[in-house]
Design a protein around this ligand. Structure first.
Ligand code: SF4
Length: 342
């Protein structure tokens, strides 16, 4: 999709979607710029009318990641978005008639545009819902496979699939089932996941479980709020599973009665200083010498606290004792040194 390979063993890619009015080009480009900076690798924008489809021309020229147009109901907007240079389009098969879909497929084939068949529990075909007595995992799979069969009948294979539900078990089951029936790349997501904590929990469980099982090629954490906040969760999931390494990983203890330094403030100050860094690095911030040295010695750099002081570890070795007021500056110096030596 554009410069981004999806599937076929390529790294799992992180996607997002803007929440701006796509016709407001400046706001949309600004948000995509912030998303890119935070690690977004492909972005989707809503295309509601011709003006939005037209705006994609300028947006596309101003960003560095593949642009995906999200289309519902009107096939002419899908065609317009492709004419404006969209690298991918996302359609919901339940929202377009087969005749109109044929026109979209013809244009996508001509322009080598990727189409995501985005099946959503909230907008399944009525007849499928009735047969399955609800938007079950089986219903999502049936809807997606019927759409795939139609695309394949038209000779179109440049597809990726998503089967989203706001119910984590349904979503997990649907992706598991479809992964045994087709080899198309899968875009994972829990839809309508809510605000920060809820989105992080649902996504980590839904997306994380599937990735751990080897299922999934792209992911999107959906968050009610600024989509830039999705990036930390998405990359956190990939990092935690050891699937991709991006950005600093901070290991910090929960603190307890043994802690004799202000660890909470230390962690937030280090996080602040490391914000926006793309390089992977493990930083351990531990409250005391019980578990501290063990964890810190596993990290690229770390501190194990004592009374107003801390032991600094670098690449597994204790290097020096540092005063608490110097922790942050000292850590940042060591981090810069490690990154410069790579
Ligand atoms: Fe408590 Fe020390 Fe463990 Fe932190 S590392 S939780 S301070 S025992």
């Amino acid at each position: 999709m554009g410069k981004l390979q999806i599937g076929g063993g390529a790294p799992v890619a992180v996607q997002s979607m803007t929440c701006t009015d796509t016709r407001d080009i400046r706001a949309t480009v600004d948000q995509i710029g912030r998303l890119e900076k935070a690690g977004c690798e492909a972005v989707r924008v809503a295309v509601l009318d011709r003006e939005a489809a037209e705006a994609l021309k300028t947006i596309k020229k101003s960003i560095g990641i593949p642009l995906i147009a999200d289309i519902h109901f009107d096939h002419r907007l899908a065609i317009g978005a492709m004419e404006s240079g969209a690298d991918g389009i996302r359609i919901n098969p339940g929202n377009l008639s087969r005749d109109k879909l044929r026109l979209v497929i013809r244009e996508a084939a001509r322009r080598k545009v990727v189409i995501r068949i985005g099946v959503n529990a909230g907008s399944l075909e009525e007849e499928i819902i009735a047969r399955h007595r609800g938007p079950t995992a089986e219903a999502l799979v049936e809807s997606a496979l019927a759409a795939v069969a139609f695309f394949e009948d038209q000779g179109f294979h440049n597809l990726k699939l998503s089967l989203k539900s706001s119910q984590v078990p349904t979503m997990i089951e649907a992706y598991r089932k479809i992964s045994t029936k087709t080899d198309y790349p899968l875009h994972l997501g829990v839809t309508e996941a809510g605000t920060l904590v809820s989105a992080a929990v649902k996504s980590a469980l839904g997306i994380g479980t599937l990735l751990y099982e080897g299922i999934g090629d792209t992911i999107r954490v959906s968050l009610t709020g600024d989509p830039v906040g999705e990036m930390g969760i998405a990359w956190g999931i990939l990092r935690a599973l050891g699937i991709r390494r991006y950005g600093p990983e901070i290991i910090s203890c929960p603190t307890c009665g043994r802690c004799e330094i202000d660890l909470i403030s230390l962690v937030s100050r280090v996080e602040e200083r490391l914000a926006g860094r793309k390089e992977y690095l493990k930083v351990a911030l531990m409250g005391c010498v019980v578990n501290g040295p063990g964890e810190a010695s596993e990290a690229d750099v770390g501190i194990a606290g004592g009374r107003g002081r801390g032991l600094l570890f670098k690449r597994g070795k204790a290097t020096k004792t540092v005063r608490e007021e110097d922790f942050v500056d000292c850590l940042m110096e060591e981090i810069d040194d490690i990154l410069a030596s790579r």
